[in-house]
Every structure is written in structure tokens, then in C-alpha cells.
Design a protein around this ligand. Structure first.
Ligand code: ZN
Length: 358
């Protein structure tokens, strides 16, 4: 294969990308619970931001509140709402904005009594097509082989999938929706499809704060469920163009523009490395195990690379036969995670081959 390998240098070879260490600025504040970022604007954070440990937001101004996202299960959402209760007691949550249609951002919706639930049309469609609580439970209780069983327990096993009634948006929009919360402008800006089909960011221009949903993962690995990558780059550019002081990611600690630049650089790295291997005739599965993440190897949940490579290959050849079956995608992640962890324990695992750059 080496005689066919294109002569391209890559970020893995040491090009400048924002380092993971550069993102530590808000880590000292990264504790579970509610913190006020600006007058009346709060983030609810769930360290360590891994699988289904998402963040939410609250805007409380002039006797009313807007909640941005709920959490993965009812106990977690209930705890969050109880924590917020002293703040929302005299300023009820009248509206709930959902950033995107991944269950860790909307499975708790039923607990926000009487609120209007707002999301992009495409997010509403993702919710309608999304996994049911029963299917999550069934997946966890089915024997799918030791490797996948272990991965599913790791990613989803610590949540309570009972009692959840999927509660869809009651109001949808396309492109953009401007809200007024007690006199404070709130802009819902649709930037998907990228992470999911309907990704939406929530911008508070006069506070210089953005709730980004899962357009940003901080210390964690972005996952391209929908794509295309180019739309996600554009979403990052939109975030940067807002010149916010604080970006509240969907997962991980608060960040500034460096958090945005890191996500963009990760995606660019993966897309470029996948392209080299696609052009060389390597399968997406082989590419997944061959790519060296370089500067991004320490991001959490690195196994998401498996999904991201499939997303990239689907772009390169829309008529190709990349897997769409969720279990197959989960199986690839389980295998990659297993190999990485065995490697860290000094076992028999192999490092990425990186056959494109001998
Ligand atoms: Zn999420």
C-alpha cells in the first residue's frame, strides 16, 4: 500500500492545533450542579461529560425562565429541577428549548410541567425517530457478546430508563427563532445538520453567552451522527463569529473560543485522515483502526472515531455500503475502545498502524 500512499502531511505529525491543556481554564469550576455564568444565566453541568452526561442551561429574567435541554433520565432531571427550584419558584419555566434530538438532551422533558417545548423541525423529526426507553432497556438486557455488552454497560448502564415518556416539541421552527425572556433577547439558531439533523445553538447576545448543544464537546470526542463535516465547520465558524465570552458545551466544562477551535481541528483531522485511507482503497473499518489521533488521542470517548470515519466515508461515496445499523456502529466503537484500553494497560493491544504515514 505504501507505494500508493499520497504524500500528505497531517496534524498527527505535529501541526499546530489548540492543545487539550489550553482548554483547562474553566476546569476549576467543573463540578456537578448549577453555576451562575452571568446575571440570571446558569449552566447545569454533569462531569465528566462522557456518554449521556450532558449539560443544560437556565435563563431567568424578569419573572420567567427558559430552560435549555433536559437530561438523560428522570432522576437526574428531577435533581436538576430541584436544584433550580429556588431560582424558578418566582420565575416559572414557561419555555424549554431543545438543542438537538439526542436522548440525553430531551428524555427528561415530561418533568417540565406546562412548558412550551421548542425545537427545530429537524430535531422534532430526530426525536420522533429516536430510540425508545424500552429499546434502550432491551439493548442493555440482551446478550450481544462480551465486548459489546461491556461497552453498553459502560456508556448507558448507569442511567434509569424507566418511567420515561418521550415528550416531543410543541413548537417547531426552521433556521432561526427569536425569543424574548423577560426582556432579554434569546436567539435560537439552527446550524445542523452536523452532529444531528437539527442542531440548534442558543445565543444570548447581550450576555455574550452561547449554549451550543453538542456542536461542542469539551475534553470529549465529537461524534458525527449526521454530518456533513462541512456543516459542522460552518457551525463552528458561526459560534466563533458570535464572539461570545462563554460557550456552554453540550458535554464538558465551560469554554471560550479555544474549545470551538479544538472541535473544528479534531473534525478536520479525522476527515483528512479518513480521506487518505478512502483514496487508498482501505475499508472504513480498517481506517478506524489505522488512524492515529495524534493531539486528540486524550479526548474522552475516543472510540467515537469509529462513527466519524463511517460518516466521512458516507460523504466520500454516498452510494457505498457503509453500515447504518446502530448495533454494528456500537460494535465498532466497543472494539476500538477495547483495543485502546488494552493498549493503555500494556497488554497485547496494538497501537494505530498509521499505514498511510510510515
Ligand atoms: Zn449529548
Amino acid at each position: 500500500m505504501s507505494d500508493r500512499a499520497p504524500a500528505v502531511t497531517t496534524a498527527a505529525a505535529g501541526a499546530t492545533v489548540p492543545t487539550v491543556d489550553a482548554l483547562r481554564l474553566h476546569d476549576r469550576d467543573y463540578a456537578r450542579g448549577l453555576q451562575e455564568i452571568a446575571d440570571g444565566v446558569f449552566a447545569y453541568l454533569q462531569p465528566d461529560g462522557g456518554w449521556c452526561l450532558s449539560n443544560a442551561g437556565l435563563v431567568r429574567v424578569g419573572g420567567e425562565s427558559l430552560l435549555v435541554d433536559t437530561l438523560t433520565d428522570l432522576p437526574r432531571t428531577r435533581t436538576m429541577l430541584d436544584t433550580m427550584a429556588p431560582i424558578t419558584a418566582t420565575a416559572p419555566i414557561r419555555r424549554l428549548a431543545i438543542t438537538h434530538g439526542n436522548l440525553d438532551h430531551y428524555y427528561g422533558n415530561q418533568l417540565v410541567d406546562g412548558a412550551e417545548i421548542i425545537a427545530s423541525r429537524a430535531t422534532a423529526d430526530d426525536i420522533a425517530d429516536g430510540p425508545t426507553p424500552a429499546s434502550m432497556q432491551a439493548m442493555l438486557h440482551t446478550d450481544l457478546g462480551a465486548e459489546l455488552n461491556g461497552f453498553l454497560r459502560h456508556a448507558f448502564g448507569s442511567f434509569d430508563w424507566t418511567g420515561i415518556t418521550v415528550t416531543p416539541p410543541t413548537r417547531t421552527f426552521e433556521d432561526r427563532l427569536d425569543l424574548d425572556v423577560g426582556g432579554t433577547p434569546v436567539e435560537l439558531i439552527e446550524v445542523g445538520p452536523a452532529h444531528t439533523h437539527g442542531d440548534t445553538i442558543c445565543h444570548l447576545p447581550d450576555r455574550r453567552i452561547v449554549f451550543t448543544g453538542d456542536i461542542l464537546f469539551v475534553h470529549g470526542t465529537p461524534i458525527v451522527w449526521a454530518g456533513p463535516f462541512a456543516n459542522w465547520y460552518r457551525a463552528c465558524d458561526t459560534l466563533l463569529g458570535l464572539h461570545a465570552d462563554v460557550y456552554v458545551p453540550g458535554h464538558g466544562p465551560l469554554t471560550d473560543r479555544r474549545g470551538v477551535e479544538t472541535v473544528r481541528a479534531y473534525l478536520d483531522h479525522v476527515h483528512r485522515e479518513a480521506r487518505l485511507r478512502f483514496d487508498a482503497g482501505m475499508s472504513s473499518l480498517d481506517a478506524t483502526f489505522d488512524i492515529d489521533l495524534g493531539a486528540f488521542a486524550d479526548l474522552g470517548d475516543a472510540e467515537r472515531l469509529a462513527i466519524n470515519v463511517v460518516a466521512a466515508y458516507r460523504e466520500f461515496d454516498p452510494s457505498g455500503d457503509e453500515p447504518t445499523d446502530l448495533l454494528e456502529l456500537l460494535r465498532r466503537m466497543a472494539a476500538l475502545r477495547n483495543r485502546t484500553h488494552r493498549g493503555r494497560r500494556g497488554g497485547a493491544a496494538t497501537e494505530p498502524q498509521n499505514r498511510m504515514h510510515p
